[in-house]
Each structure stands twice: as structure tokens, then as C-alpha cells.
Design a protein around this ligand. Sequence first.
Ligand code: CAA
Length: 246
Amino acid sequence: MFEGRVALVTGGTRGIGAAITQCLVESGASVAAGYSRGKERADEFVQQFGDKGSNVSIHQGRVDDVNDCNRVVKEVMDRFGRVDFLVNNAGITVDKTVRKMSVDDWRQVLDVNLSGAFQMTKAVLEHMIERGSGRIVNISSVIGETGNVGQANYAASKAGLFGFTKSLALEMAQRGITVNCVAPGFIGTEMVAAIPEAALAKVVEKIPQRRLGKPEEVARVVRFLLEDDSSYITGAVYSINGGLDM
Ligand code: CAA
């Protein structure tokens, strides 16, 4: 399906990002997966692709550092010669109630989740414009719509991605570039596993389907948005949350 295409997936070696990398490689794409820490683990991640390993590269860099963003894109261009798809997936949580949240806790999350997406987008955008084609998918969250106790910083960053997506989609609408958002609910990843047990039990109780989502389920929505046949979808938000926002 994606033979000859190149995807750059930030945070692409863990959690939802790892599932996206896997899904796109299985669909024939070459994938450059970004990661910020844990080189050993990232190396192990690549090894699992076996004979498809040459279609996967890993790139260390912080999306909240503009120099890292530009360097990573240069590395990907050197390795694969093009970037067709950018998936802004890298994200962190620093969960605290606003009363306990420091300015630094706030900034850290906004810098990675929101400014990171902006900076990575800036780093690939001119290349996509030159080629007159590209796909950008921003991974937001149901929390950006609903808010959540202990997640004012995260919710603000994920809500910010909705506005960023729609604004960029408008700017790129006549340039062959689509920009969309995927907003997952609670997905079975390390991020969700870190929620205190009692809080997690309450979360699952609130999900109409009474289960966590799977990273692969989110990856399939991302893949759908990257398909050639999805070219009329832009500025959209695709929710995948077991009914949590109803
Ligand atoms: N409504 C309003 N306030 C509530 C509340 C509720 N239902 N439950 C707890 N609180 C408030 C209390 O009023 C109190 O507030 P102050 O700090 O202002 O005094 C505080 O919470 C007390 O809570 P705790 O005693 O449990 O102590 P804490 O401060 O250590 O932890 C917490 C609070 C950070 C919210 C913690 O319970 C927590 O981490 N909860 C989970 C948050 C969560 O769901 N994160 C999702 C991570 S996964 C993800 O983000 C992926 C995605 O996209 C979905």
C-alpha cells in the first residue's frame, strides 16, 4: 500500500507510536521513528523488524528542541530522501492538580506536546510544499475535549493540537497537504499504566465499552488517514475512545 513512501513518527518506538511504526512498515512504508531517551530500548525495537529492518530507522532527538527537530529531519532526508507522512505522536504527562502544578510542569508538557508538533511540522513543511503533497497527523487525546482532574497542562496541549491542526489544514488545503487529528481515549500503554490503580479503575468504569483501547486500533486510524484515497479528509478529528466522549 505505502511502498516507496516515507513516514516520520515522533515518539515512534514506544506506546501508540510503536504501533503506528509497526502498522506502516507492515503496509510497505519506510518509517523513521523518533525517540528522546532510551537508546538501548529503541535499538531493540528496530531489531524486531527482522528482514524489514532496513525500512526502519531510529532518530534520537527532543521535539521540544528546535535544533533537534531540524537535525532529525535532515537525518531522515539523508537516509530516505523524502518525507511523505509526518505523525506528531510524541507526548508526555506530568499529572498534578493545578494547585500543585509548577510553572515548569506546565511548560514541559506544552513544550513537548504542542510546541513539539509545531516545530516538527515546520521542519518538514517546506519539503512537502515543494513536492505538492504530504500528510500530517497529530495525535491529540479525548482529554483535549473533556479535560481531566490532574491534567490541565496535558488537556491544554491536546486541545491546542485541535486548533493547530485546523489552522494548518486551512493554510495547506490547496497545496496537496492534508492535516488531521486522531484523538485516542485511554489506550493500554505505559502512559496509562502509570495512572494510580484507583484512578484507572474509575476511568475504565466511565468508558462505555468498559475496556482500554489497543495501540494497534489507533494505528489503523492513522494509516487510514495516510491512504491516497483519504485525500479529501482534512482538518478533521477522528475520535477513538470506546465511547468516552458521549
Ligand atoms: N473531582 C475534582 N477534584 C478531584 C477529584 C474529582 N473527581 N478527584 C481528586 N480531586 C482532587 C482533590 O480535590 C485534590 O485537589 P488539590 O490538589 O487541589 O487539593 C486532589 O485531587 C487530591 O488528589 P489525591 O489525593 O489523589 O492526590 P494527588 O494530588 O497526588 O493526585 C492526581 C491527583 C494527579 C489527579 C492523581 O490522582 C492522578 O494522577 N490521576 C490520574 C490522572 C489521569 O487520569 N491521567 C491520565 C494519564 S493517561 C493519558 O493522559 C493518556 C490520554 O490521553 C488519555
